[in-house]
Write a protein that binds this ligand. Structure first.
Ligand code: ADP
Length: 464
């Protein structure tokens, strides 16, 4: 067991708590038990003496024909019933003459208490041979003016001694029980904390190897620790997925950036190989400028994409008027078409959704600019928004070049550009951003398109 491990701490805690509890119960049992025993013995003593009072009679003559005990006393006899209790348990009783001589019965303190005066119906204590005794005296009038005493004695030390024996027996048993309890707790803790131990090992292996493949073994118990281990595994899954996404993105991005850089380098190297005419330099610079712009667009789109991909929580959703947002954004894009373009906006009013304004503006802009870019002049583009059941439908329709059926899924992938669109400027990231934004809004994208006829992109947003 590791020093400082939870198992060890639990076991030590258990030993401390159990020892304290045992000590406390010891003291309580000792105090309350002692009081109770003392009270019981006192009652027992008084009861025994009182009972004996009725067992003594003074007779001038002996009564023949019964089993009673007769002791010659003064001018007659003392008749003592056979039920006279001389010793009962720890209680002893003796019959005394007024002068203090024992006539009948037993008294373990006969000598020590000889000099003590009788005290009628009084309970008192006497110390003898290092022990403590309770004494109870009772006067008897036997008739004919005869007065006798019964003295009852019970040893307090004897009573407490019994308790002491009981307690010292438990002094041996309790530590064993405590150690046994601590062992059980430690074994249980080790069983229940196994997923934590496995988590610690997994984290250590991952940080040593840098590979996110390993997972924690989760026993099928359904308690808090196993559910923590389950959450830990799903966090590792998400991390692994997101690292993989980032890795793929980095490799795609560097691949995409390599093309304009290669073109720029080739162009500048070729131009610098020999003395060129001013016209040739101008052309070369134009190529570099074109590729530079393309890189700028790529870098901007990539940055947006990775931000959105890695931390959707940076874009909080609030209740907003989608009708207003679509209307205003669509209007600002009118300039994308030429003079002959037909651009229509049909927006139903007061449609509200939970959304992020920045992202939704970006979504509308991407779809509308694609509609213009992939249409031959004069372009015919429609932007619409309407309510249908529990959904808001936003659509952007064009009558442009259209998308072949086999490409209709692929165009939402990063950096994918269809062959028939190579002539238009673009990065291949616009629609993947649109897809991501609609996912952040719990929306769904639908595409209807036919080559040479046009395309219609529809996004379904849930209404609030
Ligand atoms: P980009 O437009 O920058 O190339 P997108 O991700 O926006 O990147 O689009 C990916 C591809 O989908 C485009 O290259 C184009 O081939 C195709 N596409 C997108 N919108 C349309 C559209 N309205 N009409 C025809 N093709 C489209």
């Amino acid at each position: 067991m590791k020093k400082g491990s939870i198992r060890l701490r639990l076991a030590i805690g258990m030993i401390i708590i159990m020892s304290l509890m045992a000590l406390l119960s010891f003291l309580l049992v000792f105090y309350i038990g002692g009081q109770a025993l003392r009270g019981t013995s006192r009652d027992f003593l008084i009861d025994a003496v009182e009972k004996n009072v009725a067992m003594i009679r003074f007779l001038p003559e002996m009564d023949d024909g019964d089993d009673n005990i007769y002791i010659a006393y003064h001018q007659g006899f003392l008749e003592i019933d056979t039920d006279f209790l001389q010793a009962m348990g720890e209680v002893y009783a003796g019959l005394y003459s007024p002068e203090g001589s024992l006539l009948y019965g037993e008294n373990p303190l006969a000598k020590q208490s000889q000099t003590e005066d009788f005290l009628e119906s009084k309970l008192w204590q006497i110390q003898a041979d290092g022990a403590s005794y309770m004494v109870y005296d009772r006067k008897i009038n036997c008739g004919d003016g005869e007065v006798l005493w019964i003295r009852g004695v019970v040893s307090e030390s004897e009573i407490l001694g019994q308790m002491n024996r009981m307690m010292s027996a438990s002094l041996y048993i309790l530590p064993l029980l405590i150690i046994f309890g601590a062992l059980i707790i430690s074994a249980l803790a080790s069983r229940f904390l196994q997923p934590l131990q496995s988590m610690e090992e997994t984290v250590r292996h991952i940080s040593q190897s840098g590979v996110l493949k390993e997972r924690v073994r989760v026993p099928d118990r359904g308690d808090e620790i196993t559910s923590l281990a389950g959450s830990f595994n799903s966090m590792l899954n998400q991390l692994e997925e997101s690292f993989e996404r980032e890795r793929r993105f980095t490799s795609d991005a560097s691949h995409e950036l390599r093309t304009p850089v290669t073109v720029m380098l080739a162009q500048t190297e070729y131009t610098l190989e020999a003395e060129r005419s001013p016209e040739a330099y101008r052309e070369a610079l134009q190529v570099v400028q074109h590729q530079g712009r393309r890189m700028k667009r790529l870098i901007g789109d990539m940055l947006d994409y990775s931000r959105m991909d890695l931390s959707a929580e940076r874009y909080p959703l609030t209740l907003l008027d989608l009708s207003e947002l679509v209307q205003e954004t669509a209007q600002t894009l009118e300039s994308l078409g030429d003079e002959e373009a037909r651009y229509e906006i049909h927006v139903e009013e007061n449609i509200r959704i939970m959304g992020n304004e920045d992202l939704l503006v970006r979504l509308v802009m991407n779809l509308v600019s694609n509609a213009f870019r992939y249409s031959e002049a004069p372009a015919r583009v429609t932007v619409g928004l309407r309510r249908r059941g529990q959904e808001a439908l936003l659509w952007v329709e064009d009558h442009g070049i259209g998308i072949p059926e086999e490409e209709q899924e692929k165009i939402f992938e990063r950096f994918y550009r269809s062959d028939n669109s190579r002539s238009a400027e673009g990065t291949g990231l616009g629609l993947s951003l649109v897809k991501k934004i609609s996912e952040i809004h719990n929306g769904k994208i639908e595409l209807e398109s036919a080559v040479g006829e046009g395309s219609c992109f529809t996004i379904h947003f849930p209404l609030v």
